[in-house]
Design a protein around this ligand. Sequence first.
Ligand SMILES: NC(=O)c1ccc[n+]([C@@H]2O[C@H](COP(=O)([O-])OP(=O)(O)OC[C@H]3O[C@@H](n4cnc5c(N)ncnc54)[C@H](OP(=O)(O)O)[C@@H]3O)[C@@H](O)[C@H]2O)c1
Length: 188
Amino acid sequence: MKITIMGRGNMGKAIGHNLAMGNEVAYYGSHDTVQEFGDLVILAVPYPALASIAKQYQQELKGKVVVDITNPLNFKTWDELVVPADSSAAQQLQTALPDSQVLKAFNTNFAATLMSGKVGQNVTTVLVAGDDDDAKQVLKDALAQSPLRVMDAGKLKRARELEAVGFMQMTLAASKQIGWDGGFGLNA
Ligand SMILES: NC(=O)c1ccc[n+]([C@@H]2O[C@H](COP(=O)([O-])OP(=O)(O)OC[C@H]3O[C@@H](n4cnc5c(N)ncnc54)[C@H](OP(=O)(O)O)[C@@H]3O)[C@@H](O)[C@H]2O)c1
């Protein structure tokens, strides 16, 4: 499968490390123009970049599976999410890209746990929310040769809960109660 990753930072590299197992991955940074998108597009960028990417590439992203991985924190206060309490970054992205299949995934995984494939003794689990079952299967298939486990977290509405989990995990690490190579683990 051809996969496009927007963002060459910590998460772009860590997600790409896994997706490169069995797929063709192309990376783009903030100064690049994408000529052709793969069937699966990972937006490994800060939350504020989602709106500008959606505006720039709305046509090109039609029919694509687009994955939002952001944790939309207020980084000045570290005390709130900047999206409305009854919504999420992923739902906002779906509104901005009505003809794409938007998924929320990877936001509850620290980059180090995607690189190692482990959270403590647990296999790193990628929680995926989205309204389109076929789109979720595309992501699952793309990760099939990686060591990561994929779990269906439900409809895109669940992105709100995933963003809350990501927020909580970040505050635990920022206050040094867990490491940035740790986090929530799941026993299946
Ligand atoms: N780090 C984690 O463990 C972690 C865990 C879960 C979720 N997340 C989420 O993952 C996202 C990325 O985090 P990160 O840690 O990878 O950040 P990062 O290391 O700062 O990387 C962000 C990357 O996004 C690129 N970028 C910004 N705007 C772009 C655009 N319009 N088009 C293409 N690329 C663009 C930046 O490129 P330039 O340097 O060229 O500007 C940079 O390479 C964030 O939303 C974060 O909340 C992170």
